[in-house]
Write a protein that binds this ligand. Structure first.
Ligand SMILES: NC(=O)c1ccc[n+]([C@@H]2O[C@H](COP(=O)([O-])OP(=O)(O)OC[C@H]3O[C@@H](n4cnc5c(N)ncnc54)[C@H](O)[C@@H]3O)[C@@H](O)[C@H]2O)c1
Length: 382
């Protein structure tokens, strides 16, 4: 008998992904799905014929589950979190935690009334080995004084955006709130600092079918004076790019490379052999990438580099999606079991939402926007 029974709300792309992870953990099983479409139930039964499916939230919450995983559209998260907490469940919610100030207030109020239940947020970018290492290097002060940090969420969504549902169209899901928030959150987490001011621009050229804009670029001013940049692009004709770059006065980071002033470099994260269950194909591919990148690194060390023309790119798959989602989901389960601290709390995720909301106003109006406008007092002092 498994320890935890999980119900998933919204069985589209993110719901399927989290279903697969939770089904592979030894101490839980997914037993229920709530959705608004029969096609979602058919998908769920394809994976697990015996799964309980329903359109009714009451039936869902009474179906014997103790954990709710919220993978429905962004603007539904707040109500589902509040209702699940009232019903005594632990909750894991997909990012963004919500898409409005009202949503933030509703969620934090519900959490305050149910302090014994765990509410985690799937900001899995924090769980990637390369990002954990960047976080450690910055915390140890290895970069010296930091002036600049940037992150790229470049993911061609022209096929994926409307595959299971058209909520991105219905709800005008801006790239920044829906995806760029990954890097708003990552940059805040790495810097351990808050953003106070945002300006930005957007256009709708490369993927005009996407509502309002498919490219958002925002500049962030942190409390410390550090300048940040987040680029979110859904229509770029290229593979995914999740670059992180940081400039310090002693050392700088470009993805998994730590640069010295004289042009020397150190690789601090290497491609991982993916040994997660059910990933045989990926394992074989990863072996080849690992071999190639090791050879590349050795050549770059032999070749006499200089400060001007240095190694510019190290072959690593920057965003190991499966690994990141797995680690993040496992961290939530460990927190429910009282064995770990949450990687990303709802309060912290809410602060990322506030910055992203300021960013949306900034690129829509062309004005520089103060984050405090979107910072309800429940988020603490800014
Ligand atoms: N962490 C990540 O990297 C990541 C990746 C993708 C999506 N997400 C997030 O996951 C959530 C879902 O995105 P997706 O890509 O899976 O969307 P999707 O369009 O693939 O699937 C959405 C599912 O929700 C259902 N749905 C729609 N309205 C609903 C409602 N009111 N109640 C219950 N179900 C409803 C749809 O029928 C569909 O099955 C969003 O919040 C999104 O931002 C996170």
């Amino acid at each position: 008998m498994k320890k935890h029974k999980i119900g998933i709300i919204g069985f589209g792309g993110a719901g399927i992904a989290l279903f697969q992870h939770f089904e592979r953990f030894s101490d839980c099983s997914v037993t229920s799905v709530l959705d608004i479409k029969e096609t979602a139930f058919e998908r769920a039964r394809f994976y697990l014929p015996s799964i309980f499916t329903t359109y009714s939230l009451t039936e869902f919450l009474n179906s014997g589950i103790d954990i709710v995983v919220v993978t429905s559209p962004d603007n539904t998260h707040a109500d589902y979190i509040a209702d699940s907490l009232s019903a005594g469940k632990h909750v894991l919610c997909e990012k963004p935690l919500t898409d409005s100030i009202e949503g933030i207030r509703k969620i934090l109020d519900a959490i305050a009334r149910h302090p014994g239940q765990v509410v985690g947020v799937q900001h899995q970018m924090r769980c990637l080995p390369v990002h954990t290492e960047i976080h450690n290097i910055v915390r140890q002060g290895q970069l010296g004084k930091i002036g600049y940090i940037e992150g790229y969420y470049v993911h061609n969504l022209t096929k994926r955006a409307f595959e299971y549902d058209e909520w991105r169209l219905r709800d005008n899901a801006t790239p920044l709130i829906y995806s760029g928030i990954h890097f708003v959150d990552l940059l805040r987490w790495i810097m351990k600092d808050e953003v106070v001011e945002v300006c930005g621009m957007a256009n709708n050229i490369c993927f005009p079918e996407y509502p309002e804009s498919d490219l958002n670029v925002i500049l962030l001013k942190f409390r410390s004076g550090v300048i940040g940049k987040v680029v979110t692009a859904f229509g770029a004709g290229r593979p995914q790019d999740h670059t992180v770059q940081i400039y310090g006065d002693q050392r700088s980071i470009f993805n998994n490379m730590l640069f010295e002033k004289d042009g020397g470099f150190k690789i601090f994260a290497r491609p991982k052999k993916n040994t997660l269950p059910g990933r045989k194909q990926a394992f074989i591919k990863d072996l080849a990438i690992t071999g190639f990148s090791n050879m590349f690194e050795k050549l770059m060390k032999i070749y006499p580099y200089n400060a001007q023309y240095n190694i510019g790119f190290y072959p690593i798959r920057l965003y190991e999606h499966y690994l990141a989602v797995n680690q993040s989901a496992k961290n939530f389960l460990d927190a429910v079991n009282g064995e770990a601290k949450l990687q990303c709390t709802a309060l912290d995720a809410a602060r990322s939402v506030a910055v992203a909301l300021a960013g949306v106003e900034a690129y829509r109006t062309g004005a520089t926007v103060q984050v405090k406008k979107y910072w309800p007092k429940e988020l603490g002092q800014l």
